[in-house]
Design a protein around this ligand. Sequence first.
Ligand SMILES: NC(=O)c1ccc[n+]([C@@H]2O[C@H](COP(=O)([O-])OP(=O)(O)OC[C@H]3O[C@@H](n4cnc5c(N)ncnc54)[C@H](O)[C@@H]3O)[C@@H](O)[C@H]2O)c1
Length: 363
Amino acid sequence: MFTRDVSGIEWVIERCRLLQAIGAEYDGTKPFAGLTIGTGIHLEPKTVALLLTLQRGGAELVSTGNLNTTQQEACDYLAARGVRIVGGPTSDPAEHDAHLWDVVRSHPDLLLDNGGDLFARFVDEPYENLRGGTEETTSGRMRLEPLRDRIGLPLLVINDSPIKQFAENEHAVGQSVLESFLRLTNLSTNGKRVTVFGYGACGRGVAANFRNAHAVVSVVERDPVKRLQAMLDGFLVPERDDALRTADVVVTVTGAAGVVTAADAPLLRANAILANAGHFPWEIDAAGLEEAGATVLEGGHMVNLAGPRPLGNSVESMDLGFALQARCLEAVARGDVGGEACVVPVPRAIDEQVASSFVSSAA
Ligand SMILES: NC(=O)c1ccc[n+]([C@@H]2O[C@H](COP(=O)([O-])OP(=O)(O)OC[C@H]3O[C@@H](n4cnc5c(N)ncnc54)[C@H](O)[C@@H]3O)[C@@H](O)[C@H]2O)c1
């Protein structure tokens, strides 16, 4: 089967057990009948499984990807099944901006956002029929929180579910960043000095996975409490500049801008390799550093979703996160949550429902 399924899309769809079960339920309940969902999320096999589940629930879909992570096979697969795909793979911010506007200006009833791109545009050009939606990431939550009063609609943040935090950010991002480093560089990790910027959920996983791969890992964290946590977890916690001076590999995963810039070039070792796993490509000034002779994998775009044959996070972790997505969109569509639930975490009842389904499906 796998040899014919060259893009791996069907392999992934079949293994998204929660989404398959939700899809079977939606065949009967059709919670999105008559509604259009606008989506701005990475177009790759796991999101294909999510979008087709929403379609089974009766939704019309208008979908574009994120900057530099869209996979053409995923677009083709969805387009062949009636999803309106806007644009295609691009690393051109202006082109991507036009695609996002195209989605918002089609006035969907629900928005599935990733990074706050769609809701931020909705605030600039509001329209009547939007019921609310979901936001996938930490970065999107930080961007949308200040816009809460202007959005005024139910907007559930998937990232802030404890399930997303431990299943994806902690366990899966670390694995996939390590896998991407190995695949993209063909270098070993044994004995390498790896510095991880950020010790949030993602950083903890990245640091742990490189340590498990026999690297010597240090953590740079601006929050003193998390820095202490990294130390007690057994990582080195040098001052920032010392960490850069000694690193063979630098991974940023903070959600912040300008974490490593061209001004840091004189500190870096000659063969240092930099990579970003944070949502936006602005954590590392890739252009400035490359001009100064440094190597930044995939131009500083999310290293586990950009580049040749990107796999992203594991199927199981994304199945969990996307089951939360489907259930949250369903709750908004049904009017189970009101405008006071604007930029808030996933309701506890949905977390419990998804967790119980996963445990019983694995039994
Ligand atoms: N690549 C992926 O597959 C993937 C998956 C999930 C989330 N993300 C992204 O990863 C990023 C981090 O997510 P998270 O859930 O770990 O966030 P988080 O908020 O839990 O952790 C980020 C940490 O970075 C620290 N930090 C911020 N600026 C810093 C700086 N300049 N130097 C050192 N530390 C700094 C913060 O204090 C915080 O502890 C976000 O951009 C998120 O959207 C990526």
